[in-house]
Ligand binder design. Structure first.
Ligand SMILES: NC(=O)c1ccc[n+]([C@@H]2O[C@H](COP(=O)([O-])OP(=O)(O)OC[C@H]3O[C@@H](n4cnc5c(N)ncnc54)[C@H](OP(=O)(O)O)[C@@H]3O)[C@@H](O)[C@H]2O)c1
Length: 258
C-alpha cells in the first residue's frame, strides 16, 4: 500500500532503538525524511546507517528529548514536521511506595509533559498546512494496570486524556492525534522489565519470559516492525479520518472487546 507520505518530514523521538526505531524505519520506507533521536551517539549512528539503506534522508539528532535544549535541537533539524511520533523511555519498574515526589514529577514530565510540549510546537503549522499526523507511543498499561509500572501508566493515561480534547480541536484541519499501545515487544526495555521480575522473584529469565508470553493469546512477543507498520499507517494520507484513538497492539492481551 502506498501510504501517500513520500517526501513528508517526520520527527520520531527516542528512536535509536526499539519501538521508536521501528516507527522511523516504517516512515523512512514510506519515503519520509526522518529525524531520529537518542542520547547515545553510537546507537544513534548505527540506527541512522540502518535507516539510510531505505534510501530516505535521515537526520540523527543526539539529544535528550525531555530537556528544552534537546527539543530545540530536534526543531533545528526539522522546524516544521508533517509527522511527529512521540516516544520516550518509561520510568523503571518500581513499587509505588518507593516513589518520592521528584521521581513522580520526573515520570509525569517524561511520559506526559514532554509530548504535550512538542505538540504545542508543531500543531499550528500543521493546521496551517492542512496536514499533520501525531502518534504517541504509550502502553497497554493505560488500559490494564501492571503493578510496578504505576507511574508510567498514570502519566500516559494523563497524556491520553489531555490530548483527547486537543485531537478533536484540530481534526477539521486534517491533523490527527492517535496513540499506539504496545503489549510486549522484543526490545531492550522489555528485556529489562523481565530482568526486574527475575530479581524480584528469584526466578530464571526463561521462566519469567514464558509467564509473560503465556499471558498473550498470540503466544509470542511482538516484533517492533509490527508496531512500526501500524504507526506508519496512522501517519498515512489515508488515515485522516482516524483521530483520538487508542490502538492496542498486544496480540490480544487486553481482555476486553472495547
Ligand atoms: N517494549 C515493550 O514491550 C513496551 C511495552 C509497553 C510500553 N513500552 C513503552 O514504549 C516506549 C519505547 O519502548 P522500547 O521498548 O522501544 O524502549 P527501548 O528499547 O529501551 O528504546 C528506547 C529508545 O528511546 C531512547 N531514549 C530513551 N530516553 C531518551 C531521552 N530522554 N531522549 C531521547 N531518547 C531517549 C533510547 O536511546 P538512548 O538510551 O540512547 O537515549 C532508545 O533509542 C517506552 O516508553 C516503553 O515504556 C514498551
Amino acid at each position: 500500500m502506498d501510504l501517500g507520505i513520500a517526501g513528508r518530514k517526520a520527527i520520531v523521538c527516542a528512536s535509536s532503538r526499539g519501538l521508536g526505531l521501528a516507527c522511523a524505519k516504517a516512515l523512512a520506507t514510506a519515503g519520509c525524511e526522518v529525524v531520529i533521536n537518542g542520547r547515545n551517539r553510537e546507537h544513534l549512528a548505527a540506527a541512522a546507517a540502518e535507516l539510510k539503506k531505505t534510501g530516505a534522508k535521515v537526520i540523527p539528532v543526539a539529544a535528550d528529548v525531555a530537556s528544552p535544549d534537546g527539543q530545540k535541537a530536534l526543531f533545528a533539524a526539522c522546524p516544521e514536521p508533517d509527522i511527529l511520533v512521540n516516544n520516550n523511555a518509561g520510568p523503571p519498574f518500581r513499587d509505588f511506595r518507593e516513589l518520592d515526589r521528584q521521581k513522580m514529577l520526573d515520570g509525569v514530565t517524561g511520559n506526559m509533559i514532554v509530548a504535550i510540549e512538542l505538540i504545542q510546537k508543531v500543531i499550528d503549522p500543521m493546521v496551517a498546512r492542512k496536514f499533520g499526523r501525531i502518534v504517541n507511543i504509550t502502553s497497554g498499561s493505560v488500559k490494564a494496570p501492571i503493578a510496578g509500572l504505576d507511574l508510567s501508566s498514570g502519566a500516559r493515561a494523563g497524556l491520553t486524556a489531555f490530548l483527547a480534547g486537543v485531537a478533536r480541536s484540530v481534526a477539521a484541519s486534517n491533523v490527527t492525534i492517535n496513540f499506539v499501545l504496545p503489549g510486549i515487544f522484543e526490545t531492550d526495555r522489555f528485556r529489562s522489565n523481565v530482568e526486574a521480575t527475575v530479581r524480584k522473584r528469584g526466578i530464571s529469565y526463561e521462566i519469567a519470559l514464558k509467564e509473560r508470553v503465556d499471558a498473550v493469546p498470540a503466544k509470542r512477543i511482538g516484533n517492533p516492525d509490527e508496531l512500526g507498520a501500524a504507526c506508519a499507517f496512522l501517519c498515512s494520507a489515508q488515515s485522516g479520518y482516524i483521530t483520538g484513538q487508542n490502538i492496542l497492539i498486544d496480540g490480544g492481551a487486553f481482555p476486553g472487546a472495547f
